[in-house]
Design a binder for this molecule. Sequence first.
Ligand code: 6CS
Ligand code: FE
Length: 290
Amino acid sequence: MSAYVSRVSSEPSPVRRLEPVVWGDRVPGPMTTEELASYESDGFLLLEEALDDREVRSLDDELEAVAAAMGSRDERVIREPGSDTVRSVFQIHELSGRVAELASDPRLLGRVRQILGSEAYIHQSRVNFKPGLRGKEFYWHSDFETWHFEDGMPEMRAVSVSINLTENRADNGSLMVMPGSHRTFVGCVGETPQEHYRESLRSQHYGVPSDRALEQLASAHGITQVVAPPGSALLFDSNCMHGSNGNITPYPRRNLFLVFNSVENTLVAPFGGTEPRPGHIASRDPVPLG
Ligand code: 6CS
Ligand code: FE
């Protein structure tokens, strides 16, 4: 049984988060006390110039080559709704040596351990291509809501790192986050269909908050748009309310997305009662990093 309620027929009231945001006794690492405090209160932290230009270019080249070489029936490739254009490639840390290296890089892992207060493993990884002209949106959601109900992640003890591979501009579908929203769990209406992920990773319709809940959250917290150059990295809490618009500019918005989960928070049976999603979307084989 979970303390959180979602995927039910009538709308649950929003509840306060039970878990801490920064876990354990302050683990030493590269984040300053001010940075940790800022992450704790906003639920996210932007690291400008986390990677240098050369690193970003070689990473981006490798990811494009990996995506181009993948078979059209590969389950890890997710296409845009209504077209064959590649939207995301999952389990990218097992497909790209550079991503695997980056997952253990002390610049990221050191910070992740500080937040989680433990060792970490990759719960999910992917590249989001958000191509120019026709890239589609990601509707508002909390990742934890999905990971708890569809994957069986017990607690809010995971950090996502989104690394900009291209410029994330105000007009090309960059991420929007509601600062402070990570402190509230917003349950959603609607029982999850089996194999929901086949649809939801293209366009999400369950695990989406009501219009009223989104209006209330936005009026309480406001919306921050994360506009930042290539090489910057956004660390964000698993329960942040976030989403992004479509991209009708000619400038692609490519991001690498790594989800670090605590080794003390490994997956159990999904809390929504559906079959677990496949391992390339939610790992059930935790290998501690570093
Ligand atoms: O379903 C998931 O796990 C994914 N979906 C979204 C829209 N964000 C987080 C996560 O990668
Ligand atoms: Fe998300």
